[in-house]
Design a protein around this ligand. Structure first.
Ligand code: ADP
Ligand code: ZN
Ligand code: ZN
Length: 654
């Protein structure tokens, strides 16, 4: 006798599909089913007595004897799909590793072994660390959210390790989310060295078999610590006892394509459903998190100083209005000389890769621009090409101006590559290590660079924001921060928040040893209030000041936003579509939801597609979500041009 089962299928549709099934199929198991002309892997959601449809097709094969997705993880995935208004079939398939998605058997290929490195001596904890550990463990068996707010280098990781060790004794598992493992290999090393149990890392540099194995070892309960990037939030972990989100302020917890979820935000629901504590750790809490502290949704635990006598660096400004050079000022060079002479490492931070961002004509107003995007081309000297950082277009630089035939074409501005070249001429006897996406494209390159830096040998490090993340460079004594002024002038309401976080994080790279470090920031706006706060290590004060501004302007986190973004190769189509969407929403009976737009995106044209945005905002989150649900119900009343692609982004951050 055949049963009717409801199956979620990875297609961008909100409905699920009914099939006949003659074998036993558990809820949460994978099934191979015919779909159109294809065979796809779906997930069994429920059994049914009858279906709305007559001619049901049959399941071809039941792929799992036991459920792959437990009820607990299914509940979490359903909640996520509903919150982000994303089709459940896609949410489920996004949550499982590719091999399982394509129907391979759910068996572990290669077990990870337990590291039996004689573990490093546990440190004598500071009283603040002890308090943090005790406070979290008070909530060992119930949901409670914490902000572990510790200055850079204050020993947050030590707190994570200590709580983890305790929970493992109770047979629990721990999930640790980090922004980008590739950039912070130290975190894995420290867990592996310390924890005498299986630690699995889940990140994009693993191959598909490794990803599947890590997933299945977490699911079976064998792996005790699961350390991963954002998608690890969906790992099935039957004995989950704690969720940690390290560097919670980091933007990479938000997925910016297809299923646009925030792993940081979802961690609350994950911990709530499992009834366990949650720790968000950072030196520079996001405004969302600080508001949660104010609203008593999170308890703040503070680590106010660096253990072992290390002190925070001194921060000074260099006023670029009185400097002739646009990149390396005279005071900066002399500071670098000073520290290099003492055999220290120095680091320069600039958030732009390539050689120079502008290639222009000295006679007319021509500058090299991308044909496919609204953006200028960046000159890369080592390959002698102009490159678009949005679509990847590469061209050979013109030898004369295409507009006026003038032969005098010049470059303007600085990227990491040009800085590296300049430094080599200023400091011919010092090693310069450049770290950006161009020098670390190969998998091992970044690790090799880090090893060189960690050897402690005196050198100059030049890099982009890749350097801002939790690295612990013990011989680094000086950090120069270049070109921050764009962040002060930006129209994005989050720009100053992000700049403050970046300045604190980059500064935090130095002075980790016994040596007080120094940070110099070059700016043409030395009177901007941000610098007073940063100089006095008053991030929280500045963040509170920004929170007040957001409250006055009724911006997030005091209001909730959703963005509907449409794009098309046809210039008028997205705007027309979004105007109809706006009309539809305006006809919904609602209060407190405001509509803004359609407006062109900041970069309107990218890879020959035109982008338009429509913003919805409300101080009432439930009302906003109710309106979006109603909008979806009536969506078929809008005729959508076949050239238009669109998506919805809940709590957008860009
Ligand atoms: P964070 O994660 O807050 O940036 P870490 O956990 O990396 O800080 O700690 C910074 C440094 O301080 C590390 O080298 C760590 O070993 C050391 N450390 C942490 N806690 C203590 C302690 N209680 N006593 C001595 N050193 C400590
Ligand atoms: Zn010209
Ligand atoms: Zn382009």
């Amino acid at each position: 006798m055949s049963l009717i089962i409801e199956v979620a299928i990875p297609v961008p549709l909100f409905n699920t599909f009914d099939y006949l099934c003659s074998q036993k199929a558990s809820i949460g198991a994978r099934v191979k089913v015919p779909f159109g002309q294809k065979k796809v892997t779906g997930i069994v959601l429920s059994y049914k007595d009858k279906s709305k449809f007559d001619k049901l097709r049959s399941v071809e094969e039941v792929l799992d004897q036991e459920a792959l997705l437990s009820k607990e993880i299914l509940d979490f995935l359903f909640w996520s799909a509903s919150y982000y208004h994303h089709p459940i079939g896609e949410v489920l398939s996004n949550a499982i590793p590719k091999n399982l998605r394509i129907g391979k058997p759910a068996v572990i290929k290669k077990e990870t072994t337990i590291n039996d490195n004689s573990s490093t001596n546990p440190l004598k904890q500071t009283s603040e660390q002890k308090k943090a550990v005790v406070d979290v463990l008070k909530y060992e068996n119930s949901f409670h959210g914490f902000l572990l707010h510790g200055v850079t280098g204050s020993g947050k990781t030590e707190v994570y390790l200590s709580i983890t060790e305790w929970l493992l004794k109770k047979e629990k598992q721990v999930l640790v989310l980090v922004p980008e493992i590739g950039l912070t290999p130290q975190m894995i090393v420290r867990f592996e060295e310390r924890i005498k149990a299986k630690v699995v890392a889940v990140h994009s540099q693993l191959n598909e078999t490794q990803k599947q194995d890590a997933y299945l070892m977490a699911k079976s309960g064998e792996a005790k610590v699961i350390l991963g990037t954002r998608s690890a939030i969906f790992t099935p972990i039957p004995k989950l006892g704690l969720v940690i989100v390290d560097e919670e302020h980091d933007g990479s917890f938000k997925q910016q394509s297809n299923f646009r979820y925030s792993a940081r935000d979802l961690s609350f629901m994950r911990a709530k459903l499992a009834n366990i504590p949650l720790i968000l750790g950072t030196a520079t809490p996001s405004l969302e998190t600080l508001k949660n502290v104010v609203d008593q949704k999170l308890t703040r635990l503070v680590l106010s100083s660096r253990p072992g006598g290390a002190i925070l660096p001194e921060i000074n400004l260099i006023d670029m209005r009185s400097q002739a050079s646009e990149a390396l000022s005279i005071p900066l060079i002399s500071k670098m000389e000073h520290y290099l002479k003492e055999d220290k490492q120095v680091m320069l931070f600039i958030n732009r890769r390539g050689y120079a961002p502008v290639f222009y004509c000295t006679e007319c107003d021509w500058r090299a621009e991308c044909n496919n995007c609204d953006s200028t081309l960046v000159y890369h000297r080592n390959i002698n090409r102009l490159k678009c950082h949005h679509c990847g277009l590469e061209t050979v630089p013109e030898s004369s101006c295409p507009s006026c035939k003038n032969h005098d074409l010049k470059i303007l501005g600085y990227g990491t590559e040009r800085l590296e070249e300049n430094l080599e001429s200023f400091f011919p006897d010092t090693t310069v290590i450049r770290i950006d996406r161009d020098t670390t494209r190969r998998k091992k390159a970044f690790t090799t660079h880090l090893e060189k830096i960690n050897s402690g040998e005196s050198c100059i490090i030049v890099g982009t924001q890749m350097l801002a993340k939790g690295h612990d460079f013990s011989n680094l004594a000086f950090v120069g921060i270049l070109d921050v002024d764009v962040g002060l002038m930006s129209l994005d309401f989050r720009a100053t928040e992000h700049l403050a976080q970046l300045l604190v994080q980059v500064s935090g790279r130095c002075g980790r040893g016994k040596y007080k470090g120094e940070v110099n920031i070059q700016t043409r706006y030395p009177n901007h209030p941000i610098f007073n706060f940063i100089r006095d290590s008053q991030y929280t004060k500045y963040a509170n000041h920004l929170l007040t501004e957001r409250q006055d302007a009724q911006l997030p986190p005091y209001a909730h936003q959703a963005l509907i973004c449409a794009n098309s190769k046809n210039k008028d189509a997205p705007e027309k579509f979004l105007s109809e969407v706006a009309n539809l929403i305006n006809n919904i009976d609602m209060d407190s939801v405001e509509i803004w737009g359609p407006v062109p995106a900041v970069i309107e044209k990218k890879s020959n597609y035109y982008y338009f945005n429509l913003y919805l905002q409300s101080t009432n989150r439930n009302e906003l979500h109710r309106v979006i649900k109603t909008f979806y119900k009536h969506l078929e009343t809008i005729k959508i041009s076949s050239t238009v692609r669109w998506f919805i982004d809940i709590d957008p951050i860009e």
